[in-house]
Design a protein around this ligand. Structure first.
Ligand code: GRF
Length: 214
């Protein structure tokens, strides 16, 4: 059995992606463990839910308003990640932009999921943007973060059709279902040491046991 990767999950809201990661771990599809969950929102459902379903996982609220500066806020997040021996940071609906210095302190070690096929429709109100543009296909993207908003190197993407009569809510729900499959898969590729960043590209290395032996 290979080494278990310790994840630190940052989330601000509902927490369904965190749940999909925990489910993938329980099902043996993801060789990782959630070492800590950090939310910037004391009211976040993710914290309430975790207290009931997985009370053994440390769940911490680090509210931005409790700090004088972004640097102090991020220093506390970084300290908690360190205390809990986090190797890979997972942004799962974390509604705060992280500063370039935070990003640079964890090179290639912070992932995000975004509910569109980037580079289309970055930022907020993603499904409204997709519907008003009139695209026939949307989807989701897992990427490493860089200094920009939703601009980092792309790891995996999956398309989801836009249907006649879709509202932002129905489209969001269909895409969310795909997110729950894609995010654990991307994290598992990282855990297997199969993601290599080359500039803007993420190369997915073959599985060792898939390699041909002469
Ligand atoms: C997801 O749609 C994700 O793509 C976006 O924020 C949402 C988080 O949902 N970044 P949840 O909190 O994981 O349920």
């Amino acid at each position: 059995m290979s080494k278990i990767t310790v994840l630190g999950v940052l989330a601000s809201g509902r927490g369904s992606n965190l749940q999909s990661i925990l489910d993938a771990i329980s099902a043996g599809r993801l060789n990782a463990k959630v070492g800590v969950v950090i939310s910037d929102n004391p009211e976040a459902n993710v914290l309430k839910r975790l207290a009931v379903t997985d009370p053994e996982i440390p769940a911490i609220c680090i509210a931005r308003r409790a700090y004088e500066s972004q640097a102090a806020f991020e220093a506390d997040i970084a300290a908690q990640l360190k205390v809990h021996h986090v190797e890979l940071v997972i942004l799962a609906g974390f509604m705060r932009i992280l500063s370039p210095s935070f990003v640079h302190s964890l090179p290639g070690r912070v992932m995000n999921i975004h509910p569109s096929l980037l580079p289309s429709f970055p930022g907020k109100h993603v499904h409204e943007q997709a519907l008003s543009y009139g695209v026939k296909v949307s989807g989701c993207t897992v990427h490493f973060i860089d200094e920009g908003t939703d601009t980092g190197p792309i790891i995996l993407q999956e398309a989801v059709p836009v249907l006649e009569g879709d509202t932002p809510e129905t489209l969001a729900e269909r895409i969310l279902h795909t997110e729950h499959i894609l995010y654990p898969r991307a994290i598992e590729l990282y855990c297997q040491g199969r993601l290599k960043i080359e500039g803007r590209r993420v190369i997915i290395l073959e599985k060792e046991d898939d390699l041909c032996e002469d």
